[in-house]
Write a protein of this length. Structure first.
Lengths: 456, 496, 456, 496
């Protein structure tokens, strides 16, 4: 039941100390007119054994299929050590490290995490996480508006090749402060955002430019050209990146025009897919902008005895100090995921992370090669990619996906709802978890599905 | 057995070392990435063995206080026991493996839990509909205020851009209002802890979008004139937002909708015992009355015949939209679902009763021991406030000193200096999962520290003495920013 | 690979310090004639991701069936907290607590465990575990022989209603020291060991008497009569018990004749079924016999400062001190299982454990009632039972079990191999994990299976 | 953050408290158990909340040293890193749920692992067949000696009842021989650490059943004349038993069968990195040459076409029988299986190489720092022996004092006073999973303690100083037996 330790005798004694006759009396300040009596609609308690059985059957209904879906959430190998440690009670059941002396474990892990993220993204500093990649993107737009105070337009150029859900979340959140998100078209042949399409905005008052590398289609953007265009015009650049890809790709801080705010989804770093969350958003920036950054930040300092220690710092940016003038309303973040990611990155190290990235890249290449051999399947874009690809089929995607699902294969994401202009487009992904045999299974099944329907 | 200090993971690093078992094989095809897009130098990640990593992070964990090891009466944070079953059952392998964009036919078990969770949250709060997407309390607030603003806008009433917030409100309330582009209007709280009704009357008007309240308030007392407050705000055309971060004291006792609230967010990571994880993740589900239902953020899970489905923008054209890339913190939601099923309606009512019992007992004991409580004439809700103004004056021992000294007694400190309007305060929330013996031990520690404050104040002022570090220099932390490790710089405690 | 942290530079430096040119040289004391070169037959390393996938598929092949098998290993609800804590690295990866000051956690847990086991069994002291219930039984027989030095015959009367595997293990082990295990028949009508069948041995030199309560058939023995018979003759009594049942049943220490050594399988106390192990054997005895007890024992003592603490004690009984004259050769025991069991018993407490026992008892009663309603099924024994029962079918059991297995039901254990005299006998068990619906599923399936075959 | 002392779980108990979520519902049918068979009084189990239990045992855990937190160079124990994957994969839900008597058709995945494990162990040792039932090293020894005796008996040779054991042998060797009803005959070890060949010659004869050896021996050196030893014993009609508790130093370097051994047990909880769990469980698989195969303990897993099956007494009528109720410590075997698959043949050879490298490096460093090593002229195997005889003589600081003082330096002590024949010894086994930095830190600690022993011996003699307890009184523990908690008695540290 309610995990309550009180014995009947305890309750009696405590009521006596308080000086009331019953527990009910403790609620006597609630106006009788609104007092609830009991709780309808919740049902009776189950014991742990019963709930276990219920949840086992609910879990079973999800099964384990062979999945080639990416689109912002990626199946990676997660070392057993990651969650064996991250789930330890001392991490799992502690609060935000407000009492620094009693939270050195969490604080030091955050400091290590910040170091890793800053280095991965080529920036100076990183925060202790935001909710997820999409909301981090929204925060980055708001932050860019604060950084670029000279600009009055609040016009944010966002490539249409940025994840559609990220754009949707950014719209929900930033429209409240009047930001205007304007889409920059991608090039239909390469799948890239071309510098040329920015030229239309030469001379306009643009508050920020946002690009994703690799973009939603898995395609590698010409980040040097894009960032340089912005830098020349003193327009802050927001980079949305996949952290695994940064083992291979030039970090935003080293793009020709650089970047001002780097954000992304941390899920690939040791966080399970879990139907979409909890994940974590990360954010890194230049030291010059650190006071505009939302979210918690841990810093190293010294104690009374001169020994080093860690504490939350720059709290004057945050809601609990600055209240209505804080950089964001964020309070609770995704701390435990950060602990897991720090473990993951420690186990991978520079070499391991590079291997993961390279394996994903190679697997996706093998997948695309296998699939485009099937009549009726072709690659949509010509530009180099990281670990996702858009394929075009010769017929609507949805029924094909359904056919493959019946064979326990989740064959990718149908792009029709978000990118109708791409026709029968399918976004596929193969990470290091996919073997040559898996790819073969997919290719055969897809070949048969397309044949069967051609025949029919 | 915890080490007093633990080197940085980078300090274990040696070129060429690594947890190779975790690495995939080197692919046999070359990179198809143009050289100018490739990373020129590897990132600064440690090169350590698996044992190095396990040992380092295990030791780090031991440097923390946590619910599993310590009493943690952090006010407004509801640090209660996080049942192990919730973690075990939310992390069943199929749940973990499920891709957020997998077909819904392969996630009916998850969607069923989410749908039932929505229903249970509605039952608890009296609201008509709920959405689970917001990823923490503050994002729930954002959703709520955005819905209020969308509602006014939908009626063509563009003037309502003011959000009223009582002085004592949690920082996220004004921060959220600002983040939503609204203007924050603070109103004072009376000496008895209730909102100053006259100030409220003066504040409302045609610019009023709504008011954000939490009840019981962050002062640890129940807003007794809530019905009147609701009438005033509604009469002025505004809506009422309930900051439901802390529902622990009202479960089964009073429903926010019945008090007149139009929208609520709930911190599942407090009342519903999902863990705080050293900072998160949480979940900030929102509930609404009929007026705001069309504006709920997507996704929302509905049941259609025997099938569960997530609603999208197509189903809910007036939605304030999507707040997370996928479906919010599903794993957290599953934990809350398991928790609620374990408690059932009776258990949830017991939570409120025993949370209130523990808080009022502590209040009585602390008052009896000579501590000054902030609202002595009031019932405590699930938490209570002690002010150490006298101690600060007499012995120059502050609330922060008390807090730090409590750590030496093996107890986490209560919340300090919040709410802002009570000087030298400790906001103490024992929660229902702590036993009378633990509360008695807390009172004994407080009494002992009060004696120390008189007899040996320096001991208190320089606390903690028994933790891995002594008191940390926050000022230096903010002035001499050291936010990432620089392999070439010296550590501060090894001055050259 | 091998979890080795050495960098190439480390190896070079270390070899230089040692003063050898190569690692190979470190093995130069091995006669060249027997030196192996490499390792055939092991195969190449898999990485963790690959092994994970392999093990997931191996696990999947085991499935989850609805099981009504007991026979010495029982499916019980295991609170999630048990293994969340027991698997913590500080318990999981520590050694036997030889350095007491650095092992207070393990030692205190053992002390708490000993207290619980001693109280459950009604004895004075308990040890820190033996391998499993069967080997603990063997050790109990050896211990009884040491206790009863007066007896020269080494004749051990063992009821035939003691678990057949326990008797087999006891035979394998105790025959090495010349113990003679003699079977005492059970009563065909009641399934009990009758005091009458002991009378044949009145006046003989018997070294010990061993009985199991509840016995292998789930039947409750007349323990008062049996133990009294032995006590009158100064024959040590060995009791084999199910620890869950002790919440309901009179503990051996309080049987009319008492018991000298109490042993049993600890698996029901929070240990997963796991194809048979690791489990743990427990053993309790009277203080008078403590120096004859095998296995480790933790004791409470004080430190230099007079504070209490825990340490292994009475080590003079053990192999590392007494060597060839030790009470047993046991060294490594089943420590971690003991930690889990101590957690389990703490979470259950006296009330919870009683409920588990009562629920098992009630479920089995319901199961038997449902099954004996089926034509062709009857209960084999009349005596009261705890949570298992022998049923007799009107035809051979094996094909019936196979038919039910196809319906994902493991319907019990065929007794034909071990007890051919019982005819078509089936041992079934229902614990608290079985719902009324489960029992209904079983009953319907069995009914249909028997009907189908009658029809055929 | 670990508490220095933690009350007993019973001291948290309050009548009527309980972790009720863990309890099944009260059945609605009455007990059908005669009153005289019912328990009259409830057992002494604590009545605590789930939080009480979680907090208590979490805190207890923090009082331990462990591999995950500390360097643990316990000689003869091979305390190396226990990969987390082994635990995770051996505890997949279906593995945990499988009943030992479930049909083999529903356990093919488990049986496949066990079969392959048998094969891999044979490949490693050169033996012809293996059985996995024995539940720890000592039970493996019992199986081995029982097989030797069964072999002689099967040939009608009933006189062979003597087991030869070198002086330095692990205690389980003579204890096992006795437990098997054999007579133990000890033979001395020479000054160079090798068995005294002349003594061996003198010892063998028609009563010789066999000899138990471990090679490298417990003296941390390789028995160089092993081929000769084997010839002598075999010539005398005896068999050779290999105590393979510690295979870490020979994997891929030499196979016991090639040295002439007839039977071996292997501690999977050492070499194959299954955890020691604070005392166990382990697994003591046995391997045999052709002579002893018929006697192997059951069960044994065989592959027949595509099906795996466990052999029983019917298949192996000459088996020494069954040693466990079911199939031994399957969960431990699965961990070892995962470990071996992770390492592969190359990884296993690397284990031996780096175990030897670490041991020889420590030997060189310690000798260089002035410590007296037991066999300075010999290579160390996977472990080495230091004798502190000089320190004991000069400063009256014993090996035990050194060991206790090491704890203060954050390192577990090596094995002390074993092997018995080296006075004041520390048997140090660093294992291959520890880094050079850790070994260097160990040497530094030893040097520092040696200095303390000279300059402030009392500090060493009274160590440890920084652990949850000071040095414990073992004599009192054995004299004033306090083995279970008596609710009515006083705790020793609160003298009346
Ligand atoms: C009263 C109150 N409101 C809002 C919040 C914000 O919730 P969160 O931290 O989940 O964003 C909190 C907790 O931090 C709170 O205590
Ligand atoms: C050399 C040696 N032989 C035998 C054993 C006994 O093994 P176990 O403890 O698994 O019974 C050990 C370990 O304790 C050992 O080190």
């Amino acid at each position: 039941m309610a995990f309550i330790p009180h014995t009947a005798a305890d309750v009696e004694e405590m009521l006596a100390v308080i000086g009331v006759a019953s527990v009910e009396q403790l609620f006597d300040e609630i106006p009788p007119s609104v007092r609830a009596r009991g709780l309808a609609g919740i049902g009776d308690a189950l014991n742990e054994m019963e709930v276990t059985r219920l949840m086992m059957s609910r879990a079973a209904s999800c099964g384990f299929a062979l999945s080639f879906i990416g689109a912002g959430a990626y199946e990676h190998h997660i070392p057993a050590a990651v969650w064996a440690i991250a789930a330890r009670g001392e991490f799992y059941s502690s609060y935000t490290p407000y009492q620094a002396e009693a939270s050195q474990g969490t604080l030091q892990a955050i400091y290590e995490f910040q170091t890793m993220i800053a280095s991965l993204s080529g920036m100076d500093v990183a925060n202790a996480s935001l909710y997820d990649g999409a909301s981090a993107f929204a925060e980055a737009l708001l932050m860019a508006a604060r950084i670029n105070r000279k600009s009055k337009s609040l016009r944010m150029l966002v490539s249409r090749a940025v994840h559609p859900h990220y754009r949707a979340v950014a719209r929900s959140i930033t429209s409240l402060q009047g930001l205007n998100l304007e889409e920059v078209e991608y090039d239909a042949a390469s799948g890239r955002t071309l510098v040329d399409s920015l030229r239309a905005h030469d001379g306009e008052d643009i508050t920020a430019l946002a690009i994703q590398q690799p973009n939603f289609f898995g395609v590698l953007e010409e980040v040097d050209g894009l960032s340089e265009w912005a830098r020349r015009r003193a327009i802050p650049v927001i980079a949305v990146v996949n952290p695994i890809s940064l083992a291979l790709l030039r970090p935003p801080g080293e793009w020709r025009g650089g970047a001002d705010v780097v954000v992304g989804e941390g899920q690939p770093l040791g966080v399970p897919l879990s139907s979409g969350g909890p994940y974590f958003g990360f954010m890194a920036t230049r030291m010059a902008h650190v006071r505009q950054m939302p979210g918690r930040i841990a810093g190293r300092t010294v104690d009374l005895a001169g020994h080093e220690g860690f504490t939350l710092t720059l709290q004057a940016r945050e809601q609990h100090i600055r209240r209505g003038r804080a950089t964001s309303n964020i309070c609770t973040n995704q701390g435990l995921m950060v602990t897991a990611a720090t473990l993951y990155l420690s186990l991978m190290g520079p070499q391991g992370l590079r291997r993961v990235a390279a394996a994903c890249h190679a697997r996706t290449r093998a997948l695309v090669e296998a699939l485009v051999r099937i009549p009726g399947v072709r690659a949509a874009f010509a530009a180099p990619r990281f670990h996702e690809a858009v394929l075009q089929l010769d017929r609507p995607v949805a029924p094909v996906l359904a056919a493959l699902e019946r064979r326990e294969i989740l064959a990718g994401l149908d792009l029709a709802p978000d990118y109708p202009e791409l026709g029968h487009a399918l976004l596929v992904c193969a990470t290091e978890t996919k073997t040559a045999a898996d790819i073969q299974v997919y290719a055969s099944a897809l070949g048969e599905a397309l044949e069967a329907r051609t025949a029919a | 057995m915890a080490p007093r200090q633990e080197p940085l993971i980078f300090q274990y690093s040696r070129a060429g070392r690594g947890a190779v078992d975790q690495w995939p094989r080197e692919p046999d095809t070359p990179l198809e990435i143009p050289r100018e897009l490739q990373r020129p130098r590897p990132p600064l990640l440690p090169e350590v063995s698996e044992l190095d990593a396990v040992r380092h992070f295990t030791r780090l964990s031991q440097l923390n206080f946590s619910i599993d090891t310590h009493f943690y009466p952090l006010g407004s944070c509801t640090m209660k026991y996080n049942p192990k079953a919730c973690n075990a059952l939310a992390t069943l392998p199929q749940f973990l493996a499920r891709h957020p964009l997998a077909p819904e036919s392969r996630g009916q078990g998850v969607l069923a839990c989410l749908h039932e969770l929505q229903e249970m949250l509605c039952a608890l709060t009296g609201m008509q509909a709920a959405a689970l997407g917001p990823m923490a309390g503050a994002q729930g607030e954002l959703a709520g205020v955005a819905m209020i603003l969308a509602h006014h806008r939908s009626r063509g009433d563009l003037a309502r851009r003011e959000i009223i917030v009582p002085q004592a409100a949690h920082g996220t309330n004004p921060a959220t209002a600002s983040m939503c582009g609204a203007t924050v209007r603070e109103i004072p709280v009376g000496a008895d802890g209730d909102v100053d009704i006259e100030a409220l009357r003066a504040a409302v008007g045609p610019a009023t979008a709504g008011i954000m309240l939490t009840n019981p308030s962050t002062l640890g007392v129940f807003e007794r004139r809530i019905v009147e407050v609701a009438e005033i705000v509604h009469a002025a055309g505004g809506l009422l937002y309930y900051d439901g971060a802390n529902l622990n004291a009202i479960l089964g006792k009073v429903r926010p909708a019945d008090m007149g609230f139009d929208v609520i967010h709930m911190n599942l990571h407090k009342t519903f015992s999902t863990p705080h994880g050293g900072g998160g993740p949480g979940a900030g589900a929102v509930g609404v009355g009929p007026l705001l239902e069309p504006f709920l953020p997507i996704p929302i899970v509905v049941r259609e015949a025997d099938h569960y489905r997530s609603l999208t923008e197509r189903d809910r054209p007036r939605t304030i939209g999507r707040l997370s890339a996928f479906m919010g913190n599903v794993g957290v939601l599953l934990r809350a679902y398991v928790y609620m099923r374990l408690l059932g309606s009776e258990g949830l009512s017991q939570v409120a009763e025993h949370a209130a019992l523990n808080a009022n007992y502590l209040l009585a004991r602390l008052a009896g021991a000579g501590f000054e409580v902030a609202y002595p004439s009031r019932r405590a809700s699930h938490e209570l406030i002690v002010t150490l103004e006298r101690q600060a004056r007499d012995s120059e021992v502050t609330a922060m000193d008390f807090a730090k000294r409590l750590l030496d007694y093996g107890m986490h400190a209560p919340t300090t200096y919040f709410p802002l309007l009570v000087p030298e305060c400790l906001l103490i929330e024992p929660t229902e999962t702590e036993s009378k013996e633990t509360l008695d031990a807390f009172v004994a520690a407080m009494v002992s520290i009060a004696r120390e404050a008189r007899e040996d104040p320096e001991r208190v002022r320089r606390a903690p003495h028994t933790l891995p570090v002594r008191r940390l220099d926050d000022v230096r932390a903010a002035k001499q920013l050291d936010l990432t490790w620089d392999p070439d710089a010296r550590a501060p405690d090894r001055p050259g």
